[in-house]
Design a protein around this ligand. Structure first.
Ligand code: HAM
Length: 425
């Protein structure tokens, strides 16, 4: 019987993969413009890393992690997100001594056992950035403007929603007000929310039930409870966004699904993906490095973009993504021609050209179809007869113009002539 992939796990096939590569190329280019360096971290970590950072009473840790006991009896987890592993690596490798402010990015798969649906998978991919060592609100604005820039390079229009979740000094007073509100609504909210009213009240605002969400529109706003320091930080962040011309909306009910956030949080949302509205999200996590056993006073902020959702949005807009098409297709007809074409292809590839050729001995029509499918810019056509005369045809596949081209002398000299013709990409 055929073995299929796991539910929520997807192959990314040739033809789709070019979009992924383009997303990555564009993101890397922008991240480098903003001074980020890449870090690669393991896909599996100790379970405790995520429990301690994301929070015990979150959906991710309570219900969604792929956790296993390995052969040594240790509990390990496929990473559900990238921030905790990057911070673990930052602390473990003492990266803070290299540079006072570290700008790191990483791209790769994450795993959450959620109910799969459009834009929601069990293995999905994120492109994420983390900045460690600065609590400047300019940085908050810069990162959101960078995310915005990235999305506009992708040609995607989304909305930026921002909020502040305060700090350990001001959050308790908000929690108190929220608990008082929730106590009055116990009958109207779901069981999860009732339980979380006492374990982790802020989490209720993140509940996926529409019924609960309808109740929470009347909940107290965290922005009314910010301490002067957090209020000032939020105002400066908003000023930074305005200076950079990045449009935003304040959404005081946005709490995010992870517990580590302090002060600024944000989401990039769209209405085009149904329930999965966030294409990217992030925020500040000023206490997290210390919470994970790292140095004190090491503030941080970051965000992650969901690549599957970006790909879906691009597909909806029928956006053409620059591909990796062949420069030249070699259509050789006959045995002698195939032998020469075989060598020519290799020599041109050694010079850096993308060359396609097949050895199936098919007729011209079928080879031209192949050339089209390979997206070749040029096709070199020659048979044994042309070879004997020392002349082939070079066809420009977009203009359909054909010109005679000398195939005299050895294959090395054809190479020079062809390279001159196809070099103007
Ligand atoms: P998050 O909001 O959990 O944040 O995920 C960020 C983005 O990943 C989401 O906005 C969404 O686009 C994508 N995503 C999440 N879950 C799925 C899924 N099951 N299928 C497809 N896409 C998904 C974080 O992960 C934080 N680590 C972000 C961050 C970085 N905060 C600070 N630094």
């Amino acid at each position: 019987m055929e073995i299929t992939a796991l539910k929520g796990f997807k192959d990314i096939l040739p033809g789709e993969v070019e979009t992924w590569q383009w997303l990555e190329r564009t993101a890397r280019d922008i991240f480098h413009r903003f001074g980020f360096a890449e870090i690669k971290v393991p896909i599996v970590e100790k379970t405790e890393l995520f429990a301690r950072s994301i929070g015990e009473a979150t959906d991710i840790v309570e219900k969604e992690m792929y956790s296993f006991t390995d052969r040594n009896g240790e509990s390990i987890t496929l990473r559900p997100e990238g921030t905790a592993p990057v911070l673990r690596a930052f602390i473990e490798n003492g990266l803070q001594v290299r540079q006072p402010v570290q700008r790191l990015y990483t791209i790769g798969p994450m795993f959450r056992h959620e109910r799969p649906q459009k834009g929601r998978l069990r293995q999905f991919h994120q492109m994420s950035v983390e900045v460690l060592g600065s609590d400047s609100p300019w940085l908050d604005a810069e990162l959101m403007a960078m995310a915005w820039l990235l999305l506009s390079e992708f040609g995607l229009a989304v909305r930026l929603q921002i909020n502040s979740l305060g700090c350990p000094a001001c959050r308790p007073s908000y929690k108190e007000a929220l608990v008082a509100f929730l106590t009055q609504r116990q009958e109207q909210i779901c069981e999860d929310c009732r339980r979380r009213s006492s374990t982790n009240p802020l989490r209720v605002l993140d509940c996926k039930s529409e019924h609960c969400q309808a109740q929470y529109t009347e909940a107290p706003s965290i922005l009314a409870h910010l301490c002067p320091g957090c209020e000032e930080h939020f105002a400066a962040t908003r000023k930074g966004l305005s200076l950079l011309g990045t449009p935003y909306e304040v959404n005081s009910f946005m709490v995010r699904g992870l517990d580590y956030y302090t002060r600024t949080t944000f989401e990039l949302v769209t209405d085009a993906l149904g329930a999965q509205s966030a294409v990217g999200a992030g925020g500040r996590y000023d206490g997290l490095v210390e919470q994970l056993g790292g140095p004190k006073n090491m503030p941080g902020i970051g965000f992650a973009m969901g690549m599957e959702r970006l790909v879906l949005l691009l597909a909806q807009q029928n956006r053409e993504v620059p591909g990796e098409a062949a420069d030249l297709f070699v259509a050789a007809l006959g045995e002698a021609a195939t032998e020469k074409g075989f060598l020519l292809s290799h020599l041109l590839r050694r010079k850096g050209y993308r060359v396609a050729m097949d050895y199936e001995g098919r007729g011209l029509k079928s080879q031209m179809k192949k050339a089209d499918r390979a997206g070749a810019r040029f096709t070199l056509i020659f048979g044994d007869e042309e070879l004997a005369k020392g002349e082939g045809l070079l066809r420009n596949m977009s203009s359909k113009e054909q010109e005679a081209i000398s195939l005299a002398g050895d294959v090395d000299s054809w190479c020079g002539i062809l390279a001159d013709k196809i070099i103007q990409r």
